[in-house]
Design a protein around this ligand. Structure first.
Ligand code: SF4
Length: 532
């Protein structure tokens, strides 16, 4: 009986009901697999929390690369609102390494540029950038009007490469492409694969070299992961893309293993690198203590070296000992609470495991821009039918590059999979949720209000747009694109910071203590019909 879900849907008109019922699932008390519709167009006017394709390409994937200039080709609003809203931390890792993260570069397109074309303005802007900053790589990200007027950003990129001898990538990632940010991730992945990965020749120096894919270093998460990985003895060749760089990404094809954090935004590159360079990918999750230990152990199993396994266990034991007391304290404060979580891609799944470490149950969860495999697992992919919107995004085909071979035979990989190493796979969010709980795809403000009313979670982890609406309803909300200026939340030490932050939020929930004026008195006073 999907009581809460049915009550919610009951309020909709027939047309909206038909659409939304397939995007909201109350997990069934049966053995049949739960299904959900995803990655389809939002209903116009329904106030979705999604972003646009440009936001996915510029804001999520290429924006966090510190030594590359990302220029927004379009009006200033698109550039301003994609500047710093996700708190991707970055710092120079050696003397003189450029870090352009604090800058926002934009062609600031105006009416005459829209009428007469903006390619000249874009090239002039890039000349200015070259004079002032001399980057080795420039990404040009197109916004809606650019696609409408037909500026050829790829041609501009080729001219820039020829003129300056740098790498330039033109992205046709106009906001209206696809149905959400997800289209922009795919487009960004294609460009990195075509123009960046494989350009370098700097081989790793150690036996265990890895890339971390889909880690955007929000609040310094990536740095905490690197600290632990380096302590064990891994060499991190490159990170895609938080605190990442063009210089290191060029050498990514020379690493031994790809770790995939955010499955949705980067699985395309993981797949293409497997085909082209024979690099296996492993789905990991460094959000949550239990999840971090599991990921580290799977990595050790992959490399299959007793020395590395021993070191992994030593580091896990050291790290656990360091946080044990704090974790126990926060667990004593948080156990039995309930949470809702609605973020972009894999985070809504990752954070449920960290919440479980504290004894918090997630009763509502969903994604802004996921595909069905992010909910139901990758085995569902053959059943997903491509529609006109997904066909609109280029699928690039790669072939095995000469000189690269698979790290293991298929039999060896099958043996690892049988032992629980999550290679080339992702089980999705639903299987970690309990029966009766709600999974909602691409929710809107009405559904947010209704779900909070019905499930009454103690805390809600949200995106940028929905945070304050939830908070005004008296429920504590933490924004998961900025961590409300805290973090890191990843790994062992991050778990303690997370426990501290949500304990503080829950025990000082100012919003729940305030009685809004409209609850006690009418807000409007007036008269009808002209009388007094
Ligand atoms: S939808 Fe278009 S106009 Fe709006 S932010 Fe995205 S690119 Fe800019």
């Amino acid at each position: 009986m999907a009581k809460e879900r049915d009550e919610l849907l009951d309020k909709y008109s027939v047309r909206v009901f038909k659409n939304r019922k397939s995007h909201i699932t109350q997990l069934e008390f049966s053995d049949a697999p739960d299904e959900i519709a995803a990655n389809t167009r939002a209903i116009p006017g329904i106030v979705t929390a999604r972003g646009c394709c440009y936001a996915g390409c510029k804001g999520v994937v290429v924006g966090p690369m510190k030594d590359a200039v990302v220029i927004t080709h379009g009006p200033i609003g698109c550039a301003f609102y994609s500047w710093g809203t996700r708190r991707n931390k970055a710092k120079s890792s050696y003397e003189g390494e450029p870090n352009f993260i604090p800058y926002s570069f934009c062609t600031d397109m105006r009416a005459p540029d829209i009428v007469f074309g903006g390619e000249k303005k874009l090239e002039a802007g890039i000349d200015e950038i070259m004079q002032m900053f001399s980057p080795k790589c420039i990404f040009i990200c197109s916004t809606c009007p650019i696609g409408l007027i037909g500026d050829d950003v790829q041609a501009v990129a080729r001219r820039v490469e020829e003129k300056y001898g740098i790498t330039a990538v033109g992205y046709s990632c106009e906001g209206y492409k696809g149905v959400s940010q997800s289209a922009g991730h795919h487009i960004a992945n294609n460009g990195l694969m075509r123009y960046v990965i494989g350009k370098g020749e700097k081989a790793p120096k150690t036996k265990y070299s890895i890339n971390i894919l889909g880690e955007y270093n929000i609040g310094g998460d990536g740095w905490e992961q690197e600290r632990v990985l380096k302590k064990i003895g891994y060499e991190v060749v490159s990170v895609f893309t938080g605190d990442g760089s063009y210089e290191t990404m060029k050498n990514a094809h020379l690493a031994d293993l790809n770790l995939v954090m955010c499955h949705r935004s980067i699985n395309y590159i993981a797949e293409m690198m497997k085909t082209k360079y024979g690099i296996d990918w492993l789905k990991v999750n460094f959000i949550g203590v239990g999840a971090t230990c599991k990921s580290l152990r799977m990595m050790a199993e992959y490399f299959n070296d007793p020395e590395l396994t021993k070191r992994t266990e030593e580091v896990i034991a050291e790290e656990l000992a360091e946080i044990q007391e704090d974790m126990e304290y926060y667990k004593s404060k948080l156990k039995g609470k309930t949470a809702g979580i609605f973020v972009g891609g894999s985070r809504s799944h990752h954070y449920q495991l960290l919440l479980k470490d504290f004894g918090i149950d997630t009763t509502i969860a969903g994604y802004e821009f996921a595909h069905r495999d992010d909910y139901e697992g990758r085995e569902i992919i053959p059943q997903i039918k491509a529609d006109a919107d997904s066909k609109n995004i280029e699928e690039i085909t790669v072939e095995r590059e000469e000189g690269y071979k698979d790290r293991y035979t298929e039999e060896e990989l099958a043996g690892m999979r049988a032992a629980g190493v999550e290679l080339d796979t992702y089980g999705g969010m639903i299987r970690d949720m309990k029966k009766g709980h709600i999974v909602v795809d691409d929710y809107n403000m009405f559904e947010t209000d209704q779900l909070i009313e019905k499930y009454k979670p103690d805390i809600f982890f949200s995106g940028i747009k929905d945070k304050y609406a939830i908070q005004h309803g008296g429920v504590v909300s933490r924004q998961m694109h900025s961590y409300d200026y805290s973090g890191p939340y990843a790994g062992f030490r991050g778990a303690v910071i997370f426990g501290r932050d949500i304990t503080m939020s829950l025990y000082t929930n100012a919003w729940a203590l305030v009685t809004p004026p409209w609850k006690t008195a009418p807000m409007l006073e007036g008269s009808l019909g002209g009388g007094k």
